[in-house]
Write a protein that binds this ligand. Structure first.
Ligand SMILES: NC(=O)c1ccc[n+]([C@@H]2O[C@H](COP(=O)([O-])OP(=O)(O)OC[C@H]3O[C@@H](n4cnc5c(N)ncnc54)[C@H](O)[C@@H]3O)[C@@H](O)[C@H]2O)c1
Length: 336
């Protein structure tokens, strides 16, 4: 099979590409290599993939409709799509909503048009997997978060665009029978991670003796999910497209669209997680206690039973293993 992978130079994208290539798939990676964070890290991730059997990369903007639709002519054998390219980040979305409209709404709609185009070709589109987020749960209080819960009150613009992705994808699955899965990721971390996320921010500050900002005075919980577990979940979902029979909402609905939580099902207290980073760094953190941030939520905690039942999703990495793996990688990457 040939998989179009958007966001291939991104954190999750690079790991998903590695996993697919390791089992002999052909991967066409696209990414616009934007400067939301240091593009050198994206280039380094690509370097890690380039030269591997089956990997092709193109710098491409998913909000550019012609560029996206032109991919079919160059890669006529694409029959599956993993769509991870998006403007990420909850806090950044408060100040820069336009970036989210372009990448997450226009870009996502273009990817739906792309898969609709594939459906009209002989090979069709056998599986479309896209990234949603735990942010769609907004300020839901009932834990663990289940995909059965209502998610129509996002508390960040980012969360709202991810919820919109789910709705737009449902409509295409309904109208054109695209076998689609949306994955709600829960705070992903690990080697090659993102510089805007707390494992990186905390590790760099602790190693350099700078204070770390601890929001809500440390009274928060996160369902941190290790990258290898996430990548396995993405590939498991890709291999298990919904048939549509007996699926969707309501009797007789045969819409081949499903949404799953891809978390760890073991939320960790923020202060415990900081302690594990301190141990991995071998230094104490200087904590700068801050109030809750706009758009942020108190806790995330995933019910992952449906993903376990449908495609054997079984996250197995505790932070006591995953954080030292991240810190080791961080030291090597920066030569510290
Ligand atoms: N990392 C997490 O904890 C997490 C949690 C929930 C959801 N997600 C979602 O998972 C997906 C991957 O996240 P990530 O952590 O790997 O982020 P990332 O920023 O590292 O990767 C996204 C990649 O998409 C590319 N991109 C962004 N806009 C683009 C555009 N318009 N055209 C082409 N390429 C574009 C970026 O250059 C980047 O390389 C995203 O959709 C994100 O919203 C991530």
């Amino acid at each position: 099979m040939t998989i179009l992978l958007t966001g291939a130079a991104g954190f999750i994208g690079m790991h998903v590409a590695e996993l697919l290539l390791a089992r002999g798939e052909r991967v066409v990676g696209i990414d616009n290599l934007n400067s939301y964070y240091d593009p050198a890290l994206k280039q380094a991730r690509l370097k890690n993939l380039e030269g591997r059997n089956g990997f092709t990369f193109e710098a491409l903007e998913i909000a550019d409709t012609d560029a996206v639709m032109g991919l079919t002519a160059r890669y006529p054998d694409i029959d599956r799509v993993v769509h991870l390219a998006a403007q990420a980040g909850v806090r950044y979305s408060i100040e820069h909503p336009g970036d989210y409209v372009r990448s997450n709404l226009v870009g996502h709609s273009n990817m739906l048009e792309f898969v609709r185009g594939l459906m009209g070709r002989p090979g069709g589109c056998k599986s479309f997997v896209y990234a949603s987020s735990s942010s769609v749960y907004g300020a839901n209080k009932e834990m663990p978060f289940s995909t059965e819960q209502k998610t129509d009150s996002p508390v960040s613009f980012y969360g709202a665009t991810k919820k919109a992705n789910e709705l737009l994808s449902y409509s295409y699955a309904h109208l054109y029978r695209v076998p689609s899965i949306g994955l709600r990721f829960f705070t992903v971390y690990g080697p090659w991670g993102r510089p805007d996320m707390s494992p990186w921010l905390f590790t760099s500050a602790i190693l350099e003796g700078r204070p770390i900002k601890v929001f809500n005075n440390g009274d928060m919980m996160r369902d941190f999910t290790y990258i290898a577990d996430i990548a396995a979940g993405v590939v498991g979902a890709l291999d298990t497209p919904p048939s549509g029979v007996g699926e969707g909402e309501g009797e007789g609905d045969t819409c081949p669209h499903k949404v799953y939580n891809i978390g760890n099902n073991k939320p960790v207290k923020l202060l415990d997680y900081i302690r594990v980073i301190e141990e991995a760094c071998g230094t104490k953190a200087i904590m700068d206690m801050q109030p809750m941030q706009a758009g942020d939520v108190y806790a995330t905690y995933a019910n992952i039973d449906p993903a376990s039942e449908d495609f054997g999703y079984a996250p197995s990495t505790p932070i006591e293993e995953g954080i030292p793996a991240f810190v080791d990688w961080y030291r090597k990457y920066h030569g510290v």
